[in-house]
Ligand binder design. Structure first.
Ligand code: ZN
Length: 173
């Protein structure tokens, strides 16, 4: 379009066109071409501005994606570390349990395992300050006297929750 306008202008300037009607028509075309060029330049400018703002938005969103990805990576790493630690602890506890279980008489172990299933994972409870730590109930005086009279080898049971009661120095007897 610019070339066409330049060519028109050249023809006008050259003096080759002499008819007033042709001259007027040529002049009109030059004016019209200049206006269209101006309009197109406005459109180009607007497109460039929109492209620029779209590019800024792309950059902003990319930054946010990177930040979220970094957080996700961090959380995954912490989860994996925690899982590894828990697995190690579970392995240690399992080994310790095997050692302890090996030293417990078979019939007592059988009773303990049965109670453990019945009592939500806790088959034996410490007797602490005359209280069963399995069900948190305090033993009455008769039960305390029975416990006191029992030999150290006797397997004691809580009258309330039926768990095996474990006597210690802090049982309050
Ligand atoms: Zn109990």
């Amino acid at each position: 379009m610019r070339q066409r306008a330049a060519r028109d202008q050249q023809r006008l300037d050259s003096g080759a066109v002499t008819s007033p009607k042709d001259l007027e028509s040529l002049q009109r075309e030059i004016t019209s071409l200049a206006k269209r060029q101006g309009d197109l330049e406005d459109v180009v400018l607007e497109v460039m501005e929109r492209r620029e703002s779209a590019q800024e938005r792309v950059t902003e969103l990319s930054d946010r994606v990177s930040a979220v990805q970094a957080k996700a990576d961090d959380a995954t790493a912490r989860r994996d570390a925690a899982t590894k630690e828990l697995d190690e602890q579970a392995a240690t506890v399992t080994k310790e349990r095997e050692v302890v279980a090996g030293s417990v008489p078979a019939d007592l172990l059988k009773l303990y395992d049965k109670l453990r299933v019945q009592q939500g994972g806790v088959g034996a409870a410490r007797l602490y300050q005359r209280r069963c730590e399995g069900c948190r109930l305090e033993l009455n005086i008769t039960e305390v006297n029975d416990v006191k009279a029992a030999s150290p080898d006797t397997v004691l049971r809580c009258e309330n929750c039926r768990r095996i009661l474990v006597r210690t120095a802090e049982s309050g007897l």
